[in-house]
Design a protein around this ligand. Structure first.
Ligand code: ADP
Length: 743
């Protein structure tokens, strides 16, 4: 039976094998067993019911909570050549009837329905004309009040199921469900001897980071800039925060959209589409955004505020990298988030048992933000997995290479200031006093007379606030509850003041921008995909997923036979788009061959394999910033499709661009351009060094080299007049090194 399913997978969807868990769920359904599938976001739930639907007689009903999700799924299915449609409140009664009639004639294999529709008796009557063999319930956790997303309309499902003369097979699907929720699903949907499958919650392609004490706004800006052509979601806690952040990012040149429940339907729809169609690359949103979104090429999800529990966090973060390509999930913690979430629970949940439950979950989230252990392990354990390896090597705790800085003196200044202000003020006020503000209120309270007034005047105000936040996050300080939290000292602050304890903070490097601007086949295919998407009025990822483009860019198929082997290319898509993509690939190969340098046996395509940067750098002492983001980029670079950044620089130089122009065009610094050339030279590329060496300086530099040797640059530079640049010295050294090699 599973062989049939596999052939449907290959024929329609173009994938060669099932993912972990998918096969078990499909197998169970094909055997006619009611099935509960708990599969994390991105694991491929949809295929787990779409494939049985294609194999069963009659029509499969899919209950799905959001109108936008339905349309999206149906559009995607039509793209694959699967006959499907949906029924929701956006259709006229006439249209509803017509779709049901067509379904009854067997024109659709899948019919998506919003749960609200089931409330109407006449609609249920209409459905009776269908031969329904299978009912798939998406987001099944919505049926449970214990879940984080209870929807009363899901309770309609019970009575609806009773109305069938022959109860159809049921598949219930959800991304997260605690044991209570699982029990509710089984009970309320009256699953008959069900089998439950909990697919591994791990999403190995996602990198998890939890950062404390960052300047969030600047972090987000820098991050989004350095990933400028990638799609990302930034979740913020409140509508106001969303509004502010979106304006801030837009002002700084980013294509940022926003989404929250305070916008009207039309605005939200437009904003969502802009994001799906890659018109906007950053989506700033509250948690209202996402359930309906199946965009598979979201490369990062940043939480600007801590969510209320791990279920919500993992579901939202899980929207990154659904296509299996690398995705980054960053949580920016600040202590106020805890205060806010606790306040919300206190204000909105009255039943003591549920309140306790929510507070416990909140604590789980706070622990995640503070743990020094592997983050992936922490998440997976929360969801009840066992035997997880200690370190995943792909989270901010396992890979923490940030610099440890001693901030004891600053901490002492802050603590002593809070003490002198009698622990009665918030972070803003304390920071102002440390900065030395002479605002009316400060003078009025005579804080300008404190010995700590202005004691940190040289530090930017925001940085002082960041430090205070950090001390709260580390438990030296505490914020009181309530609307205006006050900073209080904690017992261990005393040992800091007494000089008995040291305070250290890891300082992160800002992500580098350089890697974001590589021109390669993948990017070109993306541009082509966008063009086709506009033509067809579809979101780009529905043409092909990022993972498919990446594979195309690695394999370079040049004919249909080679292309159908690529994962994600089925018969229908090959027919529709194959030629466009093949042509782009062929053009690329020709262009690269023409551009390839005259080096023997080394066409550019031939030497795309990334030479581990670390090796080169240690040999040659070329400085590199070992930023986390670079590591992520370099793992992406490990794929062989790229013309590496430094090679691209040299290609531009050969095309006649000056170094300044290259820096401008590529949005990198002049220094980076120079280093690219040096790196090309180390790769064995012949660089016309004389272009960069003023002839009158060459002999001076050679003379200096003779005196102090070429091991270190500084002693050489010190022997030379100031006009001689560092790069010129390096150019001379490289020139003679390579000449030496040739001899
Ligand atoms: P979920 O609903 O669980 O979040 P989806 O059904 O949207 O996940 O699937 C996520 C992505 O994975 C989609 O782009 C889908 O096409 C892809 N996918 C699903 N199954 C497979 C498979 N067996 N092989 C390769 N890709 C798959």
């Amino acid at each position: 039976m599973i062989e049939k399913a596999l052939s449907v997978l290959q024929r329609y969807f173009g994938y060669t094998q099932f993912r972990d868990g998918q096969q078990k769920v499909i197998d169970s359904l094909l055997r006619g067993t009611d099935t509960l599938a708990i599969m994390p976001t991105g694991a491929g739930k949809s295929l787990a019911y779409q494939i049985p639907a294609l194999l069963f007689q009659g029509t499969t009903l899919v209950i799905s909570p959001l109108i936008s999700l339905m349309k999206d799924q149906v559009d995607a299915l039509l793209q694959y050549g699967v006959p499907a449609t949906f029924i929701n409140s956006s259709l006229s009664l006439k249209e509803v009837r017509s779709r049901i009639e067509r379904a009854a004639r067997g024109e659709f294999k899948l019919l998506y329905i919003a749960p609200e529709r089931l409330e109407s008796e006449s609609f249920r009557g209409l459905l009776e004309t269908l031969q329904v063999s299978f009912l798939a319930i998406d987001e099944a956790h919505c049926v449970s009040q214990w879940g984080h997303d209870f929807r009363p309309s899901y309770l309609q499902l019970g009575p609806f199921l009773k109305s069938f003369r022959h109860k159809p097979l049921i598949g219930a699907f959800t991304a997260t469900a605690t044991e209570e929720v699982q029990a509710d699903i089984v009970r309320l949907l009256e699953l008959n001897n069900p089998r439950a499958f909990v697919t591994g919650f791990d999403r190995p392609n996602l990198t998890f980071s939890s950062l404390r004490g960052e300047n969030k706004k600047i972090f987000v800006l820098e991050y989004a800039k350095s990933h400028i052509d990638q799609a990302g979601i930034i979740y913020a806690g409140t509508r106001k925060e969303v509004d502010n952040l979106q304006v801030f990012l837009t002002k700084n040149g980013l294509k940022a959209g926003k989404y929250h429940a305070g916008m009207n339907d039309e605005e939200r729809q437009k904003s969502q589409e802009d994001f799906l169609f890659d018109e906007k690359t950053v989506m700033v949103a509250t948690n209202a955004f996402g359930m309906g979104i199946d965009k598979s090429n979201v490369r990062y999800v940043i939480h600007y505020n801590m969510p209320k529990n791990m279920e919500a966090y993992y579901q939202e973060a899980g929207r990154a990298g659904r296509d299996g390509e690398p995705g980054e999930c960053i949580l920016l913690f600040s202590p106020q988030d805890v205060v806010l979430q606790r306040y919300l629970i206190e204000q909105t949940i009255f039943q003591p048992e549920r309140k306790m439950n929510e507070l416990k979950k909140l604590q789980g989230m706070v622990d995640y933000c503070h743990t020094p252990r592997c983050l992936r392990k922490t998440i997976l354990e929360y969801f009840g997995e066992e035997n997880i390896q200690e370190e995943c090597a792909n989270c901010s705790n396992c890979n923490d290479e940030r610099e440890m800085v001693d901030i004891t003196v600053e901490a002492q200044k802050i603590i002593s200031c809070i003490y002198r202000m009698r622990e009665r003020f918030g972070i803003g006020m304390v920071a102002e006093v440390l900065k030395g503000s002479r605002k009316a209120k400060i003078l009025e309270l005579r804080f300008d007379e404190l010995s700590t007034h202005g004691i940190m005047h040289e530090v930017p105000l925001q940085e002082i606030k960041d430090r205070i936040n950090f001390l709260v996050a580390e438990g030296y300080l505490q914020l009181s509850n309530g609307e205006y939290p006050v900073v209080k000292l904690q017992p261990n602050a005393v040992s800091v003041i007494k000089g008995e304890a040291k305070v250290t903070q890891k300082v992160s490097h800002q992500p580098s921008r350089e890697d974001a601007v590589e021109v390669n086949l993948f990017d070109r295919l993306r541009v082509l995909r966008r063009k086709i998407a506009l033509r067809e009025n579809l979101p780009p990822y529905m043409i092909f997923a990022d993972s498919t483009l990446r594979e195309l860019a690695q394999v370079f198929p040049t004919n249909h036979l080679a292309m159908i082997r690529i994962s994600g290319v089925g018969e229908r898509k090959l027919e529709k788009y194959g030629d466009d993509f093949l042509e782009e690939i062929r053009n690329y190969i020709v262009e690269m061959k023409n551009k390839a340098t005259p080096l023997p046996n080394r066409s550019l395509i031939g030497f795309q394999k990334d030479i581990p940067q670390s090796q080169i750098d240690t040999q040659r002492n070329v400085p590199t910033a070992s930023t986390r983001s670079q590591r992520i980029h370099s793992s992406a670079k490990a794929s062989t499709d790229k013309v590496l950044s430094h090679q691209q620089t040299f290609i531009l130089y050969q095309e006649g661009y000056s170094l300044e122009e290259i820096a401008r065009v590529r949005n990198i610094t002049a220094l980076t351009v120079q280093q690219h050339l040096l790196r090309c030279s180390l790769d064995g590329q012949v660089i016309p060094w004389d272009d960069f060496i003023p002839s009158e300086q060459e002999s001076l530099i050679l003379e200096a080299l003779r005196r102090v040797g070429g091991e270190k640059l500084r002693p050489i530079k010190e022997l030379l007049p100031d006009v001689v640049e560092w790069f010129t010295i390096q150019a001379v050294i490289e020139k003679y090194r390579t000449l030496g090699m040739e001899k």
